[in-house]
Design a protein around this ligand. Structure first.
Ligand code: AMP
Length: 120
């Protein structure tokens, strides 16, 4: 996938403080906040503060400190989902139906979430 970052995407604007958000965790390299249209009782997005478009972009090009900090933050958010489990989702590109072109991990929980993907 091409990794051309749009600095005006909505999550970049959240990181610049131009748009409010309901923060649950703020670390050196990551921000976690409630999804504006929650699909489950717990629905939090974890994003890196760096300019990465997708999971594969972040995994391929982020530095060690960013990778560690992001994943430690994500682990803390997963714990917030509660003891009965959660689902982590990341969408990329057209087939993944990615809406916001800044890498984000959805962490959903608080109910049984159904099967992984709807059958085509
Ligand atoms: P995706 O389809 O994986 O790109 O998901 C993007 C997610 O961002 C959706 O679940 C939206 O509800 C969520 N979203 C869009 N704008 C905002 C916002 N301003 N604050 C919080 N979540 C947002």
């Amino acid at each position: 996938m091409p990794w051309t970052y749009d600095p005006n995407n909505i999550f970049a604007r959240i990181l610049r403080g131009e748009i409010p958000n309901k923060t649950v965790l703020d670390t050196a390299h990551a921000l976690a906040f409630h999804d504006i249209r929650p699909l489950a009782p717990f629905h939090v997005l974890v994003i890196p503060k760096g300019a990465y478009v997708t999971f594969d972009h972040f995994a391929a090009e982020a530095g060690a400190e960013e990778l560690l900090d992001f994943h430690r933050a994500a682990a803390r958010v997963c714990a917030m989902a509660g003891p009965e489990g959660y689902r982590g989702i990341t969408n990329a590109g057209a087939f993944g139906m990615q809406e916001v072109p800044h890498y984000h991990l959805h962490v959903l929980g608080g109910r049984v979430l159904g099967r992984l993907v709807d059958p085509a």
